[in-house]
Design a protein around this ligand. Structure first.
Ligand SMILES: NC(=O)c1ccc[n+]([C@@H]2O[C@H](COP(=O)([O-])OP(=O)(O)OC[C@H]3O[C@@H](n4cnc5c(N)ncnc54)[C@H](OP(=O)(O)O)[C@@H]3O)[C@@H](O)[C@H]2O)c1
Length: 325
């Protein structure tokens, strides 16, 4: 009787809160539920998640706005009629609660941040992850000088911005343009380009011009009011941080303003790499004050549908975080 009671109590303790996506659709498909807390295997860490994020990718995965060309490949990967992993969520920041006996890089108590890849599962209080990089995630120690909410922006925006900016091999004095400068990746791309010593131009809407300047941009253009660029202006590197689906007459003009030998890269050119070495580099630059991740709004886990509605409008400034616990 005593053993049975003990088992029941233990079983009760093994629950956690998570947001479950029961089918593809609008934000209302997300439901807060109580589910079993995962148990780490020998080669896994158990992360107590403090913050997750609602990113462009989460909106995409939830499924209401997948462009037709991505629909079939995406559904084959993440589930045909509903997400194969019912707990979605791509970004996390938290603390290692326990580490399996084959774990070498982390110890209980370490503060970590990263992406969960096809494993998803970040919309929950706990998540098990391997310490090695794969399509199922990458993990590194979190920058010590920022909150868990800010760390989610550094992880997602940083991995995106750094990966695509690196293709430019940017050198001091070069002219760099970031199109979509006020979003999660754009705000970090502006700061990274400044860190690399470039002369930086940001393109965003009118309401974000001051914000983008405050991040270090030397020049800003408003794509909602300006259609052309001075024909004298040329850029050595252009990053389209807004993605191919978002365009304007000014974007067309920017593409034409490449210097001979210049490079134009879209953030949609190829898959996002889950790279813990890059996370470690982002940590260094954040701790040195070169990159300040920007949180637009922070919601609680029960309000995640509201956060999806907000992000779905496509005009967040920096990132949107979810405080988990
Ligand atoms: N390669 C990959 O594997 C991969 C993975 C994830 C995401 N992505 C891509 O990365 C993109 C960016 O993600 P993110 O989270 O950094 O973006 P985001 O935070 O959603 O921000 C996009 C920014 O774009 C701006 N914007 C909206 N419409 C625009 C337009 N027509 N012209 C110029 N700017 C416009 C908005 O600024 P204003 O409010 O100032 O208009 C917004 O702040 C995604 O949309 C996706 O295409 C690629």
């Amino acid at each position: 009787m005593f053993i049975r009671l003990q088992f029941l109590i233990l079983n009760e303790m093994e629950k956690m809160k998570a947001v479950v996506c029961i089918k593809y659709g609008p934000p209302e498909v997300l439901q807060l539920k109580e589910v079993n807390k995962p148990t780490p295997k020998d080669n896994e860490v158990l992360i107590k998640i403090h913050a997750t994020a609602v990113t462009a990718s989460d909106i995409f995965i939830r499924g209401s706005q997948i462009p037709l060309r991505f629909l079939i490949p995406m559904r084959l990967l993440i589930g045909l009629t509903k997400p194969r992993k019912s707990i979605i969520g791509l970004v996390l920041s938290g603390e290692i609660e326990s580490a399996g006996k084959r774990i070498k890089r982390f110890n209980a108590g370490d503060q970590v941040y990263g992406l969960t890849g096809f494993g998803l599962g970040a919309y929950a209080q706990y998540k098990c992850m391997k310490e090695t990089d794969s399509n199922y995630g990458c993990l590194a120690k979190k920058p010590q000088n920022i909150s868990h909410e800010e760390a989610t922006v550094a992880a997602y925006g940083g991995l995106l911005a750094f990966q695509y900016m690196e293709r430019g091999n940017i050198r001091p004095g070069q002219k760099v343009l970031v199109y979509g400068a006020s979003g999660t990746s754009g705000t970090i791309a502006i700061q990274y380009a400044k860190y690399l010593g470039a002369e930086v131009t940001g393109v965003c809407s009118n309401s974000n011009l001051e914000l983008v300047k405050s991040l270090g941009a030397d020049h800003v253009f408003d794509y909602t009011n300006e259609n052309t660029l001075d024909p004298e202006i040329q850029f050595d590197f252009i990053l389209d941080a807004a993605g191919k689906a978002k365009t304007s007459e000014l974007k067309v003009a920017c593409k034409k303003a490449l210097s001979p030998g210049g490079k134009y890269v879209s953030i949609d050119d190829g898959a996002l790499l889950l790279d813990s070495k890059r996370l470690e580099f982002i940590k260094e630059l954040v701790e040195a004050g070169h990159i300040i991740p920007l949180v637009d709004k922070c919601f609680g886990l029960p309000d995640i549908a509201e956060a999806h509605r907000y992000v779905g409008k496509g005009h967040k400034k920096g990132g949107v975080a979810i405080k988990v616990q």
